[in-house]
Design a protein around this ligand. Structure first.
Ligand code: UDP
Length: 439
């Protein structure tokens, strides 16, 4: 039987970026893992992304059953994602002409982020196929937290409203996102399905602490905190620095903080604005010597950092989902996270780590102190964290849930095709069950 063909749209986050040292965040990982794992369950996936270099080939074999297609949309150079909106009409045209040229009929669209969602709304009408949307981040939430600093295009929220009204199924990554979609966008609950992101437990697995530290040239006796992620103000790494300064006044054995991330393998105050800002704050608090900016590291190397840590910390102002806590947990390390977004759901407070209010360095310092002084607590939480990931957050599990949603939509599509004049109705009304059920 012919495998259903999925058009996976991800205008700014390409799996190919994971190969280089470029700034690739959670969405790149998501697109790669979901595509690869659903293809193993009998789908053929083409990932459509924007060509961001003259050297990039149009068609790239990414994994068995998965290709990454670079589409011409604006100049073939790197552009910030907030600059891409004006190029989306060309993205749409390039996608249509690719499908036409290759004589491919896609059976279903899975769009990532609001801009691809907008393209998917038009493709859904053009191709008369179902459309699954995952936003990864919502414009209203971003505006709420970033205010004036939000550089998203003006149209974003209007476009998101259209996507919410048009998509046949919306994937929320956690209960908090589902609530936001319903309350802030008036989304129909019946069409929302909660499917979290996940982690590759073969890549992210515990390495004995001594060995991890030896590999990284770290002192086995130091207390070590690790932050992994992009270096952005909203990630509030400065709050970890403030917490360090509080700890430095209370305890003689102050932990070191390793900050892993950035656009390149080496980052320094000279070449990175956020590093400069953080280093400045640390110096003014007298804890500059405790910080090390590691730079960007590949996934295969990150397990050593997560395992070398006594505690991993991530205290952003907001976080739509957050892959980093899952990665740390998969390596058996307890997390202290701010009580926001997906992290409220992935990290269990008091069981696999601790929640603290965002923007509260004193609360963060208190939980860090508790964990740093209690090896048994760290070990118990770390073990439970690994178990939780294995039980609920592997890509295989996510792919199974996605495949079920795809199958339901494709069956609904078949049923709909048999009913004359039914093409204006939503697919969900032809589905065997509500997509709103959390599978
Ligand atoms: N990451 C990485 N190398 C680094 C820092 C981060 O590969 O040096 C990865 C990290 O492992 C995770 C992703 O970037 O998979 C960050 O995802 P998350 O959802 O935590 O945050 P986002 O970047 O999407 O805001």
């Amino acid at each position: 039987m012919k495998k259903p063909r999925i058009a996976m749209l991800s205008e700014h986050a390409s799996p190919l970026a994971l190969l280089g040292g470029e700034d690739a965040g959670g969405q790149n990982v998501y697109v790669s893992e979901v595509s690869t794992n659903v293809s193993a369950l009998g789908f053929q996936v083409d990932v459509f992304t924007r060509q961001d270099s003259e050297k990039a080939q149009e068609i790239n074999e990414w994994a068995k059953g998965v290709r990454v297609i670079n589409l011409r949309a604006g100049p073939a150079t790197f552009l910030k994602k907030d600059e891409l909106w004006v190029h989306m009409p060309q993205f749409y045209d390039s996608l249509l002409s690719f499908a036409h040229k290759q004589r491919i009929k896609y059976d279903l669209i899975h769009a990532n982020f609001w801009m691809s969602g907008s393209v998917a709304c038009d493709l859904r009408r053009e191709w008369a196929v179902p459309f699954v949307e995952i936003f990864h981040a919502l414009g209203r939430i971003k505006r709420l937290y970033q205010g004036e600093a939000d550089t998203s295009p003006e149209d974003r929220i209007d476009v998101e409203n259209r996507v919410v009204d048009t998509a046949d199924v919306i994937i929320a990554q956690c209960p908090a996102e589902k609530e936001e979609l319903v309350e802030l966008y008036g989304a129909d609950e019946e069409r929302i399905s909660i499917v979290p992101s996940a982690v590759d437990t073969d890549v992210f697995k515990p390495v004995p602490k001594r060995q991890a530290r030896k590999t990284l040239g770290l002192n086995p006796n130091d207390k070590i905190l690790v932050y992994v992620g992009r270096l952005l103000p909203r990630k509030a790494i400065d709050d970890i620095v403030y917490a360090l300064a509080i700890l430095a006044q209370r305890t003689p054995r102050v932990p070191r903080l390793l900050i892993v991330g950035g656009e390149t393998e080496h980052v320094s105050p000279e070449n990175h604005e956020e590093v400069r800002r953080l280093a400045g704050i640390a110096a003014s608090l007298g804890v500059g010597h405790l910080l090390t900016f590691i730079g960007r590291r590949r996934h295969v190397v990150l397990k050593y950092y997560y395992s070398a840590a006594d505690v991993c910390v991530s205290t952003p102002w907001y976080e739509p989902f957050g892959l980093v806590p899952l990665e740390a947990m998969a390596c058996g390390t307890p997390m202290v996270v701010s009580e926001v977004g997906g992290m409220k759901f992935t990290v269990q407070d008091g069981k696999t780590g601790f929640h603290v209010p965002p923007k509260d360095p004193a609360a963060l310092a208190a939980k860090l102190e508790l964990l740093l002084n209690d090896g048994i607590l760290r070990e118990t939480m770390g073990r439970r964290a690994r178990e939780r990931v294995q039980e609920s957050f592997t890509w295989r599990q996510v792919a199974k849930r996605m495949a079920l949603i795809y199958d339901q939509l494709l069956s609904a599509q078949l049923a709909r095709d048999r009913v004359p004049g039914a093409h204006e109705a939503g697919y969900a009304s032809f589905g065997p069950a509500s997509f709103g059920q959390d599978l």
